[in-house]
Design a protein around this ligand. Structure first.
Ligand code: URP
Ligand code: ZN
Ligand code: ZN
Ligand code: ZN
Length: 510
Protein backbone atom coordinates (compact mmCIF):
# COMPACT_ATOMS: atom_id res chain seq x y z
CA UNK A 1 0.00 0.00 0.00
CA UNK A 2 1.72 3.20 -1.16
CA UNK A 3 0.04 5.28 1.49
CA UNK A 4 2.99 7.39 2.55
CA UNK A 5 2.26 10.10 0.03
CA UNK A 6 -1.34 10.59 0.80
CA UNK A 7 -2.30 10.44 4.44
CA UNK A 8 -2.98 14.04 5.26
CA UNK A 9 -6.72 14.52 5.17
CA UNK A 10 -8.27 18.02 5.02
CA UNK A 11 -6.22 20.49 3.07
CA UNK A 12 -4.09 17.73 1.50
CA UNK A 13 -5.06 18.93 -1.95
CA UNK A 14 -3.07 15.95 -3.16
CA UNK A 15 -0.05 18.14 -3.82
CA UNK A 16 2.28 15.62 -2.24
CA UNK A 17 1.00 12.77 -4.40
CA UNK A 18 0.99 14.81 -7.59
CA UNK A 19 4.62 15.81 -7.24
CA UNK A 20 5.90 12.47 -6.07
CA UNK A 21 7.45 10.24 -8.69
CA UNK A 22 5.84 7.14 -7.27
CA UNK A 23 2.50 6.23 -8.79
CA UNK A 24 -0.25 5.40 -6.35
CA UNK A 25 -1.68 2.92 -8.79
CA UNK A 26 -2.28 1.99 -12.39
CA UNK A 27 -5.53 0.16 -12.99
CA UNK A 28 -7.27 -1.00 -16.14
CA UNK A 29 -10.95 -1.96 -15.89
CA UNK A 30 -11.51 -4.09 -18.95
CA UNK A 31 -14.52 -4.80 -21.11
CA UNK A 32 -17.33 -3.56 -18.89
CA UNK A 33 -20.34 -1.47 -19.82
CA UNK A 34 -19.32 2.02 -18.77
CA UNK A 35 -22.35 3.97 -17.59
CA UNK A 36 -22.65 7.73 -17.25
CA UNK A 37 -25.84 9.68 -16.54
CA UNK A 38 -26.53 10.20 -20.23
CA UNK A 39 -24.77 7.40 -22.03
CA UNK A 40 -23.56 3.84 -21.75
CA UNK A 41 -21.03 1.97 -23.89
CA UNK A 42 -18.71 -1.01 -23.68
CA UNK A 43 -15.24 0.41 -23.02
CA UNK A 44 -12.07 0.10 -20.96
CA UNK A 45 -11.27 2.54 -18.20
CA UNK A 46 -7.65 3.35 -17.45
CA UNK A 47 -6.70 4.92 -14.09
CA UNK A 48 -3.39 6.39 -13.00
CA UNK A 49 -2.95 7.60 -9.43
CA UNK A 50 -6.29 9.05 -8.44
CA UNK A 51 -7.47 10.17 -11.89
CA UNK A 52 -9.27 8.50 -14.79
CA UNK A 53 -6.88 8.91 -17.71
CA UNK A 54 -8.78 7.30 -20.57
CA UNK A 55 -12.16 5.77 -21.39
CA UNK A 56 -12.25 3.96 -24.73
CA UNK A 57 -12.42 0.47 -26.23
CA UNK A 58 -9.34 -1.78 -26.26
CA UNK A 59 -6.75 0.07 -24.19
CA UNK A 60 -3.42 -1.78 -24.17
CA UNK A 61 -1.22 -1.52 -21.11
CA UNK A 62 2.03 -2.88 -19.72
CA UNK A 63 2.28 -5.54 -17.03
CA UNK A 64 2.81 -3.02 -14.25
CA UNK A 65 -0.94 -2.34 -14.47
CA UNK A 66 -3.55 -4.08 -12.32
CA UNK A 67 -6.27 -5.40 -14.63
CA UNK A 68 -9.86 -5.89 -13.48
CA UNK A 69 -12.08 -7.93 -15.78
CA UNK A 70 -15.49 -6.27 -15.98
CA UNK A 71 -17.01 -8.22 -18.89
CA UNK A 72 -20.76 -8.55 -18.40
CA UNK A 73 -20.69 -5.99 -15.59
CA UNK A 74 -21.45 -2.31 -15.22
CA UNK A 75 -18.66 0.18 -14.56
CA UNK A 76 -20.21 3.22 -12.91
CA UNK A 77 -19.24 6.34 -10.97
CA UNK A 78 -18.99 5.63 -7.25
CA UNK A 79 -22.08 6.70 -5.36
CA UNK A 80 -22.26 10.12 -3.75
CA UNK A 81 -24.48 10.27 -0.67
CA UNK A 82 -25.76 13.83 -0.25
CA UNK A 83 -27.14 13.31 3.25
CA UNK A 84 -25.07 11.78 6.06
CA UNK A 85 -24.50 12.44 9.78
CA UNK A 86 -21.26 10.83 10.99
CA UNK A 87 -20.19 11.33 14.63
CA UNK A 88 -23.05 13.79 15.07
CA UNK A 89 -23.82 15.12 18.55
CA UNK A 90 -27.58 14.75 18.71
CA UNK A 91 -30.30 14.13 21.29
CA UNK A 92 -27.85 13.73 24.16
CA UNK A 93 -25.59 11.26 22.42
CA UNK A 94 -23.41 10.88 19.31
CA UNK A 95 -24.23 8.90 16.17
CA UNK A 96 -22.13 5.78 16.42
CA UNK A 97 -20.51 5.69 12.98
CA UNK A 98 -17.56 8.07 12.91
CA UNK A 99 -15.93 9.30 9.72
CA UNK A 100 -13.80 6.16 9.45
CA UNK A 101 -16.40 3.47 10.16
CA UNK A 102 -19.19 5.22 8.26
CA UNK A 103 -16.99 5.72 5.22
CA UNK A 104 -15.63 2.18 5.35
CA UNK A 105 -19.25 0.97 5.29
CA UNK A 106 -19.96 3.33 2.40
CA UNK A 107 -17.04 2.00 0.36
CA UNK A 108 -18.13 -1.61 0.91
CA UNK A 109 -21.47 -0.60 -0.57
CA UNK A 110 -20.12 1.30 -3.58
CA UNK A 111 -20.38 4.87 -2.29
CA UNK A 112 -17.14 6.82 -2.72
CA UNK A 113 -18.10 10.27 -1.43
CA UNK A 114 -20.57 11.70 1.06
CA UNK A 115 -21.59 15.15 2.14
CA UNK A 116 -21.96 15.48 5.91
CA UNK A 117 -23.81 18.14 7.88
CA UNK A 118 -21.59 20.30 10.07
CA UNK A 119 -23.47 21.43 13.18
CA UNK A 120 -22.49 24.78 14.69
CA UNK A 121 -21.04 24.73 18.20
CA UNK A 122 -23.05 27.10 20.45
CA UNK A 123 -24.32 28.73 17.27
CA UNK A 124 -20.81 29.35 15.90
CA UNK A 125 -20.27 28.11 12.36
CA UNK A 126 -16.51 28.52 12.68
CA UNK A 127 -16.33 26.43 15.85
CA UNK A 128 -18.55 23.85 14.15
CA UNK A 129 -16.29 23.72 11.13
CA UNK A 130 -13.20 23.28 13.29
CA UNK A 131 -14.87 20.49 15.22
CA UNK A 132 -15.72 18.66 11.98
CA UNK A 133 -12.18 19.17 10.67
CA UNK A 134 -11.07 17.13 13.69
CA UNK A 135 -13.84 14.53 13.38
CA UNK A 136 -12.99 13.93 9.73
CA UNK A 137 -9.21 13.55 10.07
CA UNK A 138 -9.40 9.76 9.94
CA UNK A 139 -11.44 9.78 6.72
CA UNK A 140 -10.85 6.95 4.27
CA UNK A 141 -12.92 8.40 1.43
CA UNK A 142 -13.63 11.82 -0.04
CA UNK A 143 -16.23 14.00 1.65
CA UNK A 144 -17.69 17.48 1.63
CA UNK A 145 -19.68 19.53 4.11
CA UNK A 146 -23.06 21.19 4.29
CA UNK A 147 -23.38 23.65 7.19
CA UNK A 148 -26.41 23.86 9.45
CA UNK A 149 -27.49 27.31 10.62
CA UNK A 150 -29.36 27.20 13.94
CA UNK A 151 -29.48 30.86 14.97
CA UNK A 152 -29.16 34.24 13.30
CA UNK A 153 -27.12 37.37 13.99
CA UNK A 154 -24.43 39.48 12.35
CA UNK A 155 -21.70 37.00 13.35
CA UNK A 156 -23.52 34.06 11.76
CA UNK A 157 -24.11 36.12 8.62
CA UNK A 158 -20.39 36.95 8.41
CA UNK A 159 -19.44 33.33 9.12
CA UNK A 160 -21.65 32.16 6.24
CA UNK A 161 -19.53 34.34 3.95
CA UNK A 162 -16.32 32.81 5.32
CA UNK A 163 -17.67 29.28 4.93
CA UNK A 164 -18.45 29.91 1.26
CA UNK A 165 -15.47 32.03 0.32
CA UNK A 166 -12.74 30.27 2.31
CA UNK A 167 -13.96 26.88 3.51
CA UNK A 168 -15.44 25.21 0.46
CA UNK A 169 -19.04 25.04 1.66
CA UNK A 170 -21.82 25.92 -0.80
CA UNK A 171 -24.96 24.82 1.04
CA UNK A 172 -26.67 25.67 4.33
CA UNK A 173 -29.31 23.58 6.07
CA UNK A 174 -32.16 25.02 8.09
CA UNK A 175 -34.26 22.97 10.47
CA UNK A 176 -37.95 23.85 10.59
CA UNK A 177 -38.30 21.05 13.17
CA UNK A 178 -36.53 20.17 16.46
CA UNK A 179 -38.14 22.94 18.51
CA UNK A 180 -35.92 24.00 21.39
CA UNK A 181 -32.71 22.88 19.69
CA UNK A 182 -32.02 23.37 15.97
CA UNK A 183 -35.32 24.93 14.85
CA UNK A 184 -35.32 28.45 13.45
CA UNK A 185 -38.26 30.80 12.88
CA UNK A 186 -39.57 32.01 9.52
CA UNK A 187 -38.18 35.44 10.32
CA UNK A 188 -34.66 34.04 10.57
CA UNK A 189 -35.20 31.69 7.66
CA UNK A 190 -35.95 34.69 5.44
CA UNK A 191 -32.73 36.46 6.50
CA UNK A 192 -30.74 33.29 5.90
CA UNK A 193 -32.35 32.69 2.48
CA UNK A 194 -31.37 36.22 1.45
CA UNK A 195 -27.81 35.56 2.58
CA UNK A 196 -27.70 32.24 0.68
CA UNK A 197 -28.89 34.00 -2.44
CA UNK A 198 -26.20 36.68 -2.23
CA UNK A 199 -23.48 34.05 -1.68
CA UNK A 200 -24.64 31.66 -4.39
CA UNK A 201 -25.10 29.00 -1.71
CA UNK A 202 -27.91 26.47 -1.84
CA UNK A 203 -30.50 26.68 0.94
CA UNK A 204 -31.59 23.28 2.29
CA UNK A 205 -34.49 22.61 4.62
CA UNK A 206 -35.55 19.86 6.98
CA UNK A 207 -39.25 20.50 6.43
CA UNK A 208 -41.55 19.64 9.32
CA UNK A 209 -43.56 22.14 11.37
CA UNK A 210 -41.64 22.02 14.66
CA UNK A 211 -44.29 23.86 16.71
CA UNK A 212 -46.98 21.45 15.56
CA UNK A 213 -44.70 18.43 16.13
CA UNK A 214 -44.25 19.65 19.71
CA UNK A 215 -48.05 19.80 20.11
CA UNK A 216 -48.43 16.38 18.52
CA UNK A 217 -45.90 14.88 20.91
CA UNK A 218 -47.67 16.33 23.95
CA UNK A 219 -50.95 14.95 22.63
CA UNK A 220 -49.51 11.42 22.36
CA UNK A 221 -48.03 11.50 25.85
CA UNK A 222 -51.39 12.73 27.23
CA UNK A 223 -53.05 9.79 25.50
CA UNK A 224 -50.55 7.47 27.15
CA UNK A 225 -48.89 6.55 23.84
CA UNK A 226 -45.21 6.49 24.81
CA UNK A 227 -43.83 3.79 22.46
CA UNK A 228 -42.10 4.21 19.07
CA UNK A 229 -45.48 4.29 17.25
CA UNK A 230 -46.08 7.60 19.06
CA UNK A 231 -43.23 9.04 16.96
CA UNK A 232 -45.16 8.51 13.72
CA UNK A 233 -48.52 9.48 15.22
CA UNK A 234 -47.18 12.74 16.65
CA UNK A 235 -45.77 14.11 13.37
CA UNK A 236 -48.09 13.08 10.50
CA UNK A 237 -47.40 13.83 6.80
CA UNK A 238 -49.51 16.99 6.90
CA UNK A 239 -46.82 18.65 9.02
CA UNK A 240 -44.17 17.72 6.44
CA UNK A 241 -46.39 18.99 3.63
CA UNK A 242 -47.02 22.28 5.41
CA UNK A 243 -43.35 23.01 6.11
CA UNK A 244 -42.29 21.97 2.60
CA UNK A 245 -44.86 24.31 1.07
CA UNK A 246 -43.88 27.13 3.41
CA UNK A 247 -40.15 26.78 2.70
CA UNK A 248 -40.82 26.64 -1.04
CA UNK A 249 -42.96 29.77 -0.94
CA UNK A 250 -40.46 31.70 1.16
CA UNK A 251 -37.62 30.68 -1.17
CA UNK A 252 -39.81 31.82 -4.08
CA UNK A 253 -40.43 35.13 -2.33
CA UNK A 254 -36.66 35.64 -1.86
CA UNK A 255 -36.02 34.19 -5.32
CA UNK A 256 -33.35 31.69 -4.35
CA UNK A 257 -33.09 27.95 -5.17
CA UNK A 258 -34.18 25.45 -2.52
CA UNK A 259 -33.19 21.85 -1.75
CA UNK A 260 -35.68 19.87 0.32
CA UNK A 261 -33.84 17.12 2.22
CA UNK A 262 -35.35 13.74 3.01
CA UNK A 263 -38.75 13.93 1.29
CA UNK A 264 -40.56 11.16 3.19
CA UNK A 265 -44.22 11.61 2.24
CA UNK A 266 -46.59 12.07 -0.68
CA UNK A 267 -47.59 15.39 0.92
CA UNK A 268 -44.07 16.83 0.70
CA UNK A 269 -43.38 15.25 -2.70
CA UNK A 270 -46.49 16.87 -4.18
CA UNK A 271 -45.36 20.29 -3.00
CA UNK A 272 -42.02 19.74 -4.73
CA UNK A 273 -43.84 18.57 -7.87
CA UNK A 274 -46.11 21.62 -7.89
CA UNK A 275 -43.17 23.98 -7.41
CA UNK A 276 -41.13 22.43 -10.20
CA UNK A 277 -44.14 22.44 -12.50
CA UNK A 278 -44.49 26.17 -11.98
CA UNK A 279 -40.82 26.68 -12.88
CA UNK A 280 -39.33 27.08 -9.41
CA UNK A 281 -35.79 25.91 -8.76
CA UNK A 282 -36.64 23.33 -6.15
CA UNK A 283 -34.76 20.06 -5.67
CA UNK A 284 -36.36 17.10 -3.91
CA UNK A 285 -34.06 14.56 -2.25
CA UNK A 286 -35.54 11.35 -1.00
CA UNK A 287 -33.82 8.72 1.12
CA UNK A 288 -33.60 4.95 0.90
CA UNK A 289 -35.69 4.35 4.02
CA UNK A 290 -38.55 6.42 2.54
CA UNK A 291 -38.40 4.46 -0.73
CA UNK A 292 -38.60 0.94 0.68
CA UNK A 293 -39.75 0.86 4.31
CA UNK A 294 -43.13 1.54 5.90
CA UNK A 295 -44.25 2.56 9.37
CA UNK A 296 -45.60 -0.86 10.38
CA UNK A 297 -42.19 -1.48 11.99
CA UNK A 298 -42.90 1.26 14.53
CA UNK A 299 -45.77 -0.88 15.87
CA UNK A 300 -43.50 -3.91 16.36
CA UNK A 301 -44.06 -5.40 19.86
CA UNK A 302 -40.29 -5.63 20.47
CA UNK A 303 -39.13 -2.12 21.44
CA UNK A 304 -35.57 -2.71 20.24
CA UNK A 305 -36.84 -3.53 16.75
CA UNK A 306 -39.43 -0.73 16.61
CA UNK A 307 -36.97 1.89 17.90
CA UNK A 308 -34.45 1.34 15.12
CA UNK A 309 -37.01 2.72 12.63
CA UNK A 310 -37.39 6.05 14.46
CA UNK A 311 -36.15 8.86 12.24
CA UNK A 312 -37.47 12.29 11.30
CA UNK A 313 -39.53 12.97 9.33
CA UNK A 314 -40.98 9.54 10.17
CA UNK A 315 -41.08 6.57 7.83
CA UNK A 316 -44.65 6.72 6.51
CA UNK A 317 -47.55 4.34 6.03
CA UNK A 318 -47.33 1.87 3.17
CA UNK A 319 -48.16 3.59 -0.11
CA UNK A 320 -45.97 6.65 0.40
CA UNK A 321 -42.93 4.53 -0.50
CA UNK A 322 -44.35 3.45 -3.88
CA UNK A 323 -45.40 7.01 -4.68
CA UNK A 324 -41.89 8.26 -3.91
CA UNK A 325 -40.42 5.58 -6.19
CA UNK A 326 -42.68 6.78 -8.99
CA UNK A 327 -41.69 10.40 -8.31
CA UNK A 328 -38.03 9.43 -8.50
CA UNK A 329 -38.53 7.54 -11.74
CA UNK A 330 -40.35 10.50 -13.36
CA UNK A 331 -37.84 13.13 -12.23
CA UNK A 332 -40.14 14.83 -9.72
CA UNK A 333 -37.51 13.89 -7.14
CA UNK A 334 -33.94 14.19 -8.35
CA UNK A 335 -31.68 12.17 -6.10
CA UNK A 336 -31.46 9.64 -3.28
CA UNK A 337 -29.50 10.01 -0.06
CA UNK A 338 -29.64 8.04 3.16
CA UNK A 339 -29.68 10.36 6.18
CA UNK A 340 -27.32 7.70 7.59
CA UNK A 341 -27.31 8.51 11.30
CA UNK A 342 -26.85 5.34 13.30
CA UNK A 343 -27.41 4.66 16.98
CA UNK A 344 -26.95 1.25 18.53
CA UNK A 345 -29.56 -0.53 20.66
CA UNK A 346 -28.32 0.90 23.95
CA UNK A 347 -28.61 4.43 22.57
CA UNK A 348 -32.07 3.80 21.12
CA UNK A 349 -33.07 2.47 24.57
CA UNK A 350 -32.77 5.99 26.01
CA UNK A 351 -36.36 6.30 24.85
CA UNK A 352 -37.74 3.05 26.24
CA UNK A 353 -40.36 4.94 28.29
CA UNK A 354 -40.77 7.96 26.01
CA UNK A 355 -40.48 7.93 22.22
CA UNK A 356 -39.35 11.59 22.33
CA UNK A 357 -36.02 10.42 23.77
CA UNK A 358 -35.23 7.78 21.13
CA UNK A 359 -32.28 9.18 19.12
CA UNK A 360 -33.59 9.79 15.59
CA UNK A 361 -31.81 8.07 12.73
CA UNK A 362 -31.38 4.98 10.58
CA UNK A 363 -28.51 3.33 8.70
CA UNK A 364 -28.19 3.27 4.91
CA UNK A 365 -24.80 4.48 3.67
CA UNK A 366 -23.68 0.92 2.92
CA UNK A 367 -27.05 -0.27 1.58
CA UNK A 368 -28.10 2.66 -0.63
CA UNK A 369 -26.50 1.61 -3.91
CA UNK A 370 -27.76 -1.95 -3.60
CA UNK A 371 -31.30 -1.08 -2.52
CA UNK A 372 -31.79 1.63 -5.13
CA UNK A 373 -30.63 -0.79 -7.81
CA UNK A 374 -32.91 -3.56 -6.60
CA UNK A 375 -35.92 -1.32 -6.04
CA UNK A 376 -35.62 0.94 -9.07
CA UNK A 377 -33.57 -0.78 -11.80
CA UNK A 378 -34.26 -4.44 -11.14
CA UNK A 379 -37.99 -3.65 -10.93
CA UNK A 380 -37.81 -1.88 -14.29
CA UNK A 381 -38.71 1.58 -13.00
CA UNK A 382 -35.53 3.33 -14.14
CA UNK A 383 -32.69 2.75 -16.60
CA UNK A 384 -29.10 2.09 -15.62
CA UNK A 385 -28.16 5.60 -16.79
CA UNK A 386 -30.87 7.08 -14.55
CA UNK A 387 -29.49 4.97 -11.71
CA UNK A 388 -26.14 6.70 -12.12
CA UNK A 389 -27.90 10.07 -12.23
CA UNK A 390 -29.91 9.63 -9.01
CA UNK A 391 -27.11 7.97 -7.01
CA UNK A 392 -24.16 10.07 -8.12
CA UNK A 393 -24.21 12.52 -11.03
CA UNK A 394 -27.10 14.74 -9.96
CA UNK A 395 -25.56 15.23 -6.53
CA UNK A 396 -22.24 16.22 -8.12
CA UNK A 397 -24.04 18.69 -10.42
CA UNK A 398 -26.15 20.27 -7.67
CA UNK A 399 -23.15 20.76 -5.39
CA UNK A 400 -20.98 21.98 -8.26
CA UNK A 401 -18.27 19.34 -8.33
CA UNK A 402 -19.24 17.73 -11.66
CA UNK A 403 -17.49 16.29 -13.69
CA UNK A 404 -14.66 15.86 -11.21
CA UNK A 405 -17.15 13.66 -9.35
CA UNK A 406 -20.17 11.78 -10.67
CA UNK A 407 -18.71 10.74 -14.03
CA UNK A 408 -16.49 8.18 -15.71
CA UNK A 409 -14.64 10.58 -18.00
CA UNK A 410 -10.99 11.25 -18.71
CA UNK A 411 -9.92 13.75 -16.05
CA UNK A 412 -12.55 12.75 -13.47
CA UNK A 413 -11.52 11.45 -10.06
CA UNK A 414 -10.97 7.69 -10.04
CA UNK A 415 -14.05 6.86 -7.94
CA UNK A 416 -15.49 3.82 -9.69
CA UNK A 417 -17.56 0.75 -8.98
CA UNK A 418 -17.81 -2.54 -10.83
CA UNK A 419 -21.36 -3.82 -10.44
CA UNK A 420 -22.51 -7.36 -11.20
CA UNK A 421 -26.25 -7.33 -11.99
CA UNK A 422 -26.42 -11.13 -11.86
CA UNK A 423 -25.11 -11.53 -8.33
CA UNK A 424 -26.97 -10.71 -5.14
CA UNK A 425 -26.40 -9.58 -1.59
CA UNK A 426 -28.08 -10.34 1.73
CA UNK A 427 -28.12 -7.40 4.11
CA UNK A 428 -27.48 -8.08 7.79
CA UNK A 429 -25.97 -6.43 10.86
CA UNK A 430 -23.80 -9.57 11.09
CA UNK A 431 -21.99 -8.75 7.86
CA UNK A 432 -22.32 -4.97 7.47
CA UNK A 433 -19.40 -2.61 8.14
CA UNK A 434 -21.21 0.02 10.18
CA UNK A 435 -20.53 0.06 13.92
CA UNK A 436 -24.25 -0.18 14.56
CA UNK A 437 -25.49 -3.42 16.14
CA UNK A 438 -28.70 -3.35 14.07
CA UNK A 439 -29.74 -2.79 10.47
CA UNK A 440 -33.14 -1.51 9.34
CA UNK A 441 -32.83 -3.70 6.22
CA UNK A 442 -32.00 -6.86 8.22
CA UNK A 443 -32.53 -10.03 6.17
CA UNK A 444 -33.33 -8.26 2.90
CA UNK A 445 -31.91 -10.00 -0.18
CA UNK A 446 -31.21 -7.68 -3.08
CA UNK A 447 -30.29 -8.46 -6.67
CA UNK A 448 -27.01 -7.00 -7.93
CA UNK A 449 -23.69 -6.61 -6.16
CA UNK A 450 -20.93 -4.04 -5.92
CA UNK A 451 -17.95 -6.32 -6.55
CA UNK A 452 -15.20 -3.72 -6.71
CA UNK A 453 -14.95 -0.19 -5.34
CA UNK A 454 -12.13 2.08 -6.42
CA UNK A 455 -11.87 5.30 -4.41
CA UNK A 456 -9.24 7.93 -5.09
CA UNK A 457 -7.51 5.45 -7.39
CA UNK A 458 -7.23 2.72 -4.75
CA UNK A 459 -8.97 -0.63 -4.89
CA UNK A 460 -10.64 -0.47 -1.50
CA UNK A 461 -13.27 -3.22 -1.87
CA UNK A 462 -12.78 -6.49 -3.77
CA UNK A 463 -13.58 -10.16 -3.07
CA UNK A 464 -15.69 -9.03 -0.10
CA UNK A 465 -12.62 -7.53 1.49
CA UNK A 466 -12.14 -3.94 2.59
CA UNK A 467 -8.72 -2.31 2.38
CA UNK A 468 -9.12 1.20 3.69
CA UNK A 469 -6.52 3.65 4.92
CA UNK A 470 -7.40 6.17 7.65
CA UNK A 471 -6.55 9.66 6.48
CA UNK A 472 -6.59 8.83 2.76
CA UNK A 473 -9.91 10.62 2.16
CA UNK A 474 -9.79 14.18 0.88
CA UNK A 475 -11.95 17.13 1.81
CA UNK A 476 -13.69 18.24 -1.38
CA UNK A 477 -14.26 21.97 -1.60
CA UNK A 478 -17.49 22.86 -3.33
CA UNK A 479 -17.65 26.24 -5.10
CA UNK A 480 -20.75 28.50 -4.96
CA UNK A 481 -23.08 29.46 -7.83
CA UNK A 482 -23.79 25.96 -9.09
CA UNK A 483 -26.15 25.27 -11.98
CA UNK A 484 -29.27 26.09 -9.99
CA UNK A 485 -28.11 29.71 -9.89
CA UNK A 486 -27.50 30.02 -13.64
CA UNK A 487 -29.80 32.65 -15.08
CA UNK A 488 -31.10 33.74 -11.68
CA UNK A 489 -29.79 37.26 -12.22
CA UNK A 490 -31.70 37.53 -15.51
CA UNK A 491 -34.84 36.20 -13.88
CA UNK A 492 -34.39 38.76 -11.11
CA UNK A 493 -33.90 41.62 -13.58
CA UNK A 494 -37.00 40.68 -15.51
CA UNK A 495 -38.96 40.45 -12.26
CA UNK A 496 -37.85 43.95 -11.26
CA UNK A 497 -38.67 45.39 -14.66
CA UNK A 498 -42.09 43.74 -14.50
CA UNK A 499 -43.05 45.69 -11.39
CA UNK A 500 -45.70 48.19 -12.24
CA UNK A 501 -44.32 51.65 -11.79
CA UNK A 502 -45.23 53.01 -8.36
CA UNK A 503 -47.52 56.02 -8.34
CA UNK A 504 -45.75 59.33 -7.83
CA UNK A 505 -48.03 61.29 -5.54
CA UNK A 506 -47.54 64.95 -4.88
CA UNK A 507 -47.39 66.05 -1.26
CA UNK A 508 -50.85 67.23 -0.33
CA UNK A 509 -51.02 70.84 0.76
CA UNK A 510 -54.06 71.61 2.84
O1 URP B 1 -33.82 11.26 12.06
C1 URP B 1 -32.97 11.89 11.48
N1 URP B 1 -33.24 12.32 10.28
N2 URP B 1 -31.78 12.15 12.07
C2 URP B 1 -30.77 12.97 11.57
C3 URP B 1 -31.05 14.43 11.71
C4 URP B 1 -31.92 14.94 10.59
O2 URP B 1 -32.99 15.46 10.86
O3 URP B 1 -31.56 14.86 9.43
ZN1 ZN C 1 -3.10 13.04 -1.25
ZN1 ZN D 1 -33.30 16.33 8.89
ZN1 ZN E 1 -30.38 14.29 8.19
Amino acid sequence: ESNQFCDVGIGDGHSTCRFSTKSLSKILIKGGTVVNAHHEEVADVYVEDDIIVAVKPHINVGDDVTVIDAAGKFVMPGGIDPHVHLAMDFMGTQSIDDFFSGQAAALAGGTTMHIDFVLPVDGSLMAGFESYEKKSRNSCMDYGFHMAVTKWDETVSKEMEIMVQEKGINSFKFFLAYKGSFMISDELLLQAFKKCKSLGALAMVHAENGDAVYEGQKRMIELGITGPEGHALSRPPVLEGEATARAIRLAEFVNTPLYVVHVMSIDAMEEVAKARKSGLRVIGETVVSALVLDDSWLWHPDFSIAAKYVMSPPIRASGHNKALQAALSMGVLQLVGTDHCTFNSTQKAFGIDDFRKIPNGVNGIEERMHIVWDTMVESGQISVTDYVRVTSTECARIFNIYPRKGAILAGSDADIIVFNPNSSVEISAKSHHSKSDTNVYEGRRVKGKVEVTIAGGRIVWQNDELKVVPGSGKYIEMPPFGYLFKGMDKAEASYLSSLRAPVKRSKSTT
